[in-house]
Design a protein around this ligand. Structure first.
Ligand code: CA
Length: 239
């Protein structure tokens, strides 16, 4: 089968980084479009409908976050923010405004390519909701609402299960604390106060992880949120 190559739009005003990204992506067989500012990016999205956008936040004509907010009013194209702004608040802001993932500069090429593959995979696989999720011995059955690890059933409270389900339905994607809090405890819950979420996560990890200080299934993005592992290092038999 001859599947068309995914098209990636790079939105970046620094020529050097633009060249590095272009070379990297073309070597990995992606088609590449370039935009050096927000206005050109908007045109490129509207006329070429790329499969994914790599977005720098520091653009000459518009803040990348504002670009993202405006883009999300009319397009669901996946966006990975690639930014030198590396504060937790910047990552949270990007993710809560519709970015699919966030990678800090300077980035590692293999990591960037892996994040791109993960976002594209989620995109193509999102047509039907999955019945289950399975990674390295962790198994969740969304219909039976059951979780097991290495075949051993795990007893979770209602809230613990809902947290695990939400994270497992978005493997590889960072879910921010405020996203989780609003989805579990409702829109009026205090998203600034993530203590209850942390307490629940600590209990979940005690139940599902062999070593809860070095979790393998639900990973922490420090200060930002949680991410379900897509693959367990050293565990090649899963996929
Ligand atoms: Ca820039």
């Amino acid at each position: 089968m001859n599947t068309p190559r995914p098209t990636i739009l790079i939105v970046e005003d620094e020529t050097y980084i633009l060249k590095v990204l272009k070379t990297l992506l073309e070597a990995d067989a992606y088609r590449v479009l370039l935009a050096k500012n927000a206005a050109a990016a908007e045109m490129a999205v509207a006329s070429h409908m790329p499969d994914l956008i790599l977005l720098d936040l520091g653009l000459p004509d518009q803040d990348g976050i504002v670009f993202l907010q405006e883009l999300r009013r009319w397009s669901q194209v996946p966006v990975i923010v690639v930014s030198a702004r590396n504060l937790e608040q910047d990552k949270i802001l990007a993710l809560d405004n519709g970015a699919d993932d966030y990678i800090a500069k300077p980035f590692s090429a293999p990591e960037l390519l892996a994040r791109i593959r993960a976002v594209l995979r989620r995109r193509t696989g999102s047509a039907l909701p999955e019945d289950s999720y399975n990674v390295g011995g962790f198994f969740i059955d969304f219909n039976k609402r059951s979780v097991s690890v290495d075949g051993q059933p795990i007893r979770l409270t209602q809230v613990e299960y809902r947290i695990v389900e939400l994270i497992a339905r978005n493997p590889g994607k960072v879910l921010t604390y405020s996203f989780l809090i609003h989805n579990i405890w409702g829109p009026y819950a205090d998203a600034e106060n993530n203590r209850i979420l942390r307490v629940n996560m600590s209990n979940i990890r005690r139940k599902i992880e062999k070593d809860r200080m070095a979790p393998r299934y639900i990973l922490t993005e420090i200060g930002v949120g949680y991410r379900m592992a897509e693959q367990i290092p050293g565990d090649k038999k899963q996929r």
